[in-house]
Design a protein around this ligand. Structure first.
Ligand SMILES: NC(=O)c1ccc[n+]([C@@H]2O[C@H](COP(=O)([O-])OP(=O)(O)OC[C@H]3O[C@@H](n4cnc5c(N)ncnc54)[C@H](OP(=O)(O)O)[C@@H]3O)[C@@H](O)[C@H]2O)c1
Length: 317
């Protein structure tokens, strides 16, 4: 990838896409192109074909997807499976048909079997049943991985697939209805501090262990792997360490400056006891994260208080 290569970031307004754009600009890539959802609906095959034929991007980061939590997946299973299959299939095919040099597809750790041994190796893909609450999304993502592999095998198209762990950071969604655990905790503790409450309720027992990667690190890994990795095997992107939700909540309370009590609501479900990616392949390819969890939480909290804290929580920069 040269500094003047034409690079299309699909989903540039999202958490991941925006971070990839930031990293590309920071690293001096001068020809990054984007289209807003309102200008180009990626589920529309003919619109996607026209866009690629006109722009002929050399490199494609596929960070557009219909993304949501358990509730959204459960309520809109048809929308999740249809939109994700359409978006990824349209982009992968149009990139290949229009001579793109390389495409990077983003999957997710939810593609691994529900009962996969921990930490989860890439080889565990398709070795067991999926978590039923998000299987619509996971099946679409697995189809995207397979489409990348098939285009590589049949057409020699250089398509790679990354499986990121749980992400957080600048641009995250702080809406308490459907946010992930890090922004949800930052917001709850912030609100409690502002309202001078003496306790905060945290969902579940606090015992499950999870892994968290700052989205700027994920974006750095994505650009690194776009430049260096060319293989049909998927590659996990994470930190290789996990933390209990209780420890995370204590860390967030500290970052926010909330000194009250943490109450764990054990009537809420815990989910899997542990979800950790095995990142040894990524390490062997020469990449490791730079942003520690405390530092990442601090900068995310600063961003939240400076940009969103007075809003409903869903506004994006
Ligand atoms: N967030 C995580 O923790 C995490 C973890 C692992 C993997 N990932 C993967 O990373 C990728 C991006 O996730 P994210 O968290 O950045 O999601 P996000 O913040 O919801 O961003 C999704 C992006 O896709 C765009 N988009 C959705 N439908 C579209 C359509 N029909 N046409 C055009 N654009 C469309 C959105 O634009 P609008 O907002 O304008 O609709 C937005 O720019 C996904 O593949 C996800 O599986 C995320």
């Amino acid at each position: 990838m040269n500094k003047d290569s034409k690079i299309y970031v699909a989903g540039h307004s999202g958490l991941v896409g925006a971070a990839i754009c930031r990293v590309l600009v920071e690293q001096g890539f001068s020809n990054v192109i984007t289209r807003a959802h309102s200008e180009l609906d990626l589920t529309n095959q003919s619109a996607v074909r026209i866009f690629f034929a006109a722009e002929l991007p050399d490199y494609v980061f596929l960070a557009a997807a219909r993304v949501g939590g358990i509730h959204a997946n459960d309520t809109y299973p048809a929308d999740f499976i249809r939109d994700n299959l359409l978006i990824q299939s349209n982009i992968i095919d149009a990139a290949y048909q229009n001579g793109a040099k390389k495409l990077l597809f983003l999957g997710s750790s939810c593609i691994y079997p529900r009962l996969a041994p921990q930490p989860m190796k890439e080889a565990y893909l398709l070795t067991g049943g999926l978590e039923p609450t998000n299987e619509w999304y996971a099946v679409a993502k697995i189809a995207g991985i397979k489409q990348c592999q098939a285009y590589r095998r049949q057409y020699g198209f250089d398509a790679i697939s990354l499986m990121p762990t749980n992400l957080y950071g600048t641009g995250d969604n702080f809406d308490l209805e459907n946010s992930h655990v890090v922004p949800a905790l930052l917001r709850k503790f912030h609100d409690a501090k502002m309202n001078e409450e003496d306790s905060v309720q945290v969902w579940g027992s606090g015992n499950p262990r999870r892994e968290f990667l700052h989205v700027d690190d994920l974006a750095d890994a994505a650009v690194y792997l776009m430049r260096t990795y060319s293989d049909e095997e998927i590659i996990n992107v994470g930190v290789g360490e996990d933390i209990s939700i209780r420890e995370l909540a204590e860390l967030v309370a500290d970052v926010v400056g909330f000194s009250g009590k943490l109450l764990f609501n054990t009537s809420m479900p815990d989910g899997a006891p542990r979800k950790l990616l095995d990142v040894s392949r990524l390490r062997n390819f020469g990449w490791k994260p730079n942003i520690s969890l405390p530092d990442g939480l601090r900068s995310t909290y600063v961003w939240y208080t400076e940009t969103l804290a007075n809003d409903s929580g869903t506004v994006r920069t």
